[in-house]
Design a protein around this ligand. Structure first.
Ligand SMILES: *Cc1c(COP(=O)(O)O)cnc(C)c1O
Length: 489
């Protein structure tokens, strides 16, 4: 196993980081001590938790510190060198650096680093495509340069056209994301959406079914990408399908951007050379600050750069500074070792669970996450999540394909390795953690319901089992300190 990366949880100069965080807390304590305490307590909590939440990570001290400063005070609408506010030269520097690093790390033609989150990045991407494929032709037909030049009638017609567009995305219970056209999210209210799923027999993405749906539905946009699919997606094939029906291929790599940056996902499995537009968060496997980003081809660049004011308010310059730091870290060779270790650990976790008889969606994993079908243990996802938490193991429940328990109780537990890999845990520890998970899930039972039968919400777990597992988890973590050298007590 590779040494933990010096750009992750470990910093080459812990004394400097410790004094920076300590001084910051002292300053905050002088104004509102309860906030300073909450910040310090959060570090203590994160140190104690066995964090298997697939979408979380630990950003480096340099990344965290880049966010806490006066860049937060600056308005900088527009893009670098083309602002609607004066005095933006330092913001220009960090935005340009973040975009440069992003283009280098991902081999993209264009990078837009302003989105405040993953959902914002997706909204920017949707409206960039609508701008390119719906608004631009309408302007050209009317001989108008911009929307303000359209007559009331042409504007009404264009607004109707915006509302009549179609999107094809991965279904939620196959691992897709709410922002891919589902009704509770604005994307589902904007687009007429249809979804593609996975093969019920294998749990794998069924490209023939995607192709058939695309041919019949003729969407404007095909969205690929997921937050709970444990296998690889062939983006070359997805692009072929999109091209065949004249759709734009958008890939949301929010979860697996770190595996792309770290060159674990290459060739057909690297979305960047195949998609027209790629969106991501920066805080999941990419291990940067909380935020979003859009990468795209030259044809979409001018449309994407209109993200503010189209969708976004003023950018967050302090977060763009932190994105530049985190992307500089992701460009370093150690990040490749980190990305490979994430997948090695995920495979070891899956193996360890399978050996102990657990049922996994698709029977294993090729990426950073594993989806356990906990119906095999006689539990709902909600009961399993709560039982694991009793034992100090933090996960989240998740639907499995064709989930009989719906999106609230679910039948799955999603676990992922980016965070624990940052702490330095390796494959031997993953096998042991698989054992701890199996012990808890085997020991837990559904609680009796008030009016007979069993509850979907509540579980019973022997306190001694919970305590014993929690103790072993704490001992394991003690060997892999989080932010070693930083002591806030
Ligand atoms: C996490 C996630 C998002 C949303 O990111 P936020 O930063 O929470 O808005 C969008 N798409 C996918 C696929 C995700 O996994």
């Amino acid at each position: 196993m590779a040494e933990p990366s010096s750009t992750g949880n470990r910093t080459p100069n812990p004394e400097a980081a410790q004094s920076a965080f300590r001084s910051a807390l002292d300053v905050i304590r002088g104004v509102e001590p309860r906030v300073a305490d909450a910040i310090a307590n959060e570090l203590a909590d994160q140190r104690e938790m066995l964090k298997l939440i697939a979408s979380e990570n630990y950003a480096s001290p340099a990344t965290l510190l880049a966010m806490g400063n006066w860049f937060s005070d600056k308005y900088a609408e527009g893009t670098a060198g083309r602002r609607f506010y004066a005095g933006c030269r330092n913001v220009d520097t960090v935005e340009t650096l973040a975009a440069e690093h992003a283009r280098t790390v991902f081999g993209a033609d264009h990078a837009y680093v302003q989105p405040h989150s993953g959902i914002d990045a997706n909204l920017v991407a949707f409206w960039a495509v609508l701008s390119q494929k719906v608004e631009s032709p309408a302007l050209a037909r009317a001989g108008a340069r911009q929307v303000n030049d359209l007559s009331e009638q042409d504007w009404a017609e264009l607004r109707r056209e915006f509302g009549n567009q179609r999107m094809l995305g991965m279904s939620l219970d196959a691992g897709g994301h709410l922002t891919h056209g589902f009704r509770p999210n604005i994307s589902g209210k904007m687009f007429d959406q249809r979804s593609y799923g996975t093969d019920p027999a294998t749990g794998l993405l069924d490209y023939d079914a995607v192709r058939a749906a695309a041919r019949e539905f003729r969407p404007l946009i095909i969205v690929a990408g997921y937050s709970a699919y444990p296998r690889l997606v062939n983006f070359r094939l997805m692009r072929e399908i999109a091209d065949e029906v004249g759709a734009t291929l958008m890939v949301d790599m929010a979860h697996f951007a770190g595996l792309v940056a770290g060159k674990v996902l290459t060739g057909d499995f690297d979305p960047v050379p195949h998609a027209n537009i790629v969106t991501t968060t920066t805080h999941k496997s990419l291990r940067g600050p909380r935020g979003g980003m859009v990468l795209c081809d030259e044809a979409l660049a001018e449309h994407v750069d209109r993200g503010c004011p189209m969708v976004l308010g003023g950018p967050l310059p302090h977060v763009m500074a932190a994105k530049a730091v985190a992307l500089a870290e992701a460009a370093r060779p150690e990040f490749r070792d980190y990305a490979q270790a994430i997948v090695d650990n995920s495979r070891a976790l899956a193996e360890g669970l399978l050996t102990r008889g657990a049922k996994l969606v698709t029977g294993g994993t090729d990426n950073h996450l594993v989806l356990i079908d906990v119906s095999g243990y006689g539990l709902t996802g909600r009961q399993a999540e709560a039982a694991l938490l009793d034992a100090g193991i933090v996960t989240n429940r998740n639907s499995v394909p064709q989930d009989p328990n719906g999106a609230w109780y679910t039948s799955g537990i999603r676990i992922g390795t980016p965070a624990l890999t940052t702490r330095g845990l390796g494959t031997a520890e993953m096998d042991e953690i698989a054992g701890l998970i199996d012990t808890v899930l085997s020991g837990a039972t559904a609680a009796p319901a008030k009016n007979g039968g069993t509850s979907k919400a509540h579980h019973v777990l022997d306190a001694a089992v919970a305590e014993q597992v929690a103790k072993r988890a704490a001992d394991l973590l003690a060997g892999f300190p989080l932010y070693p050298g930083i002591d806030l007590s």
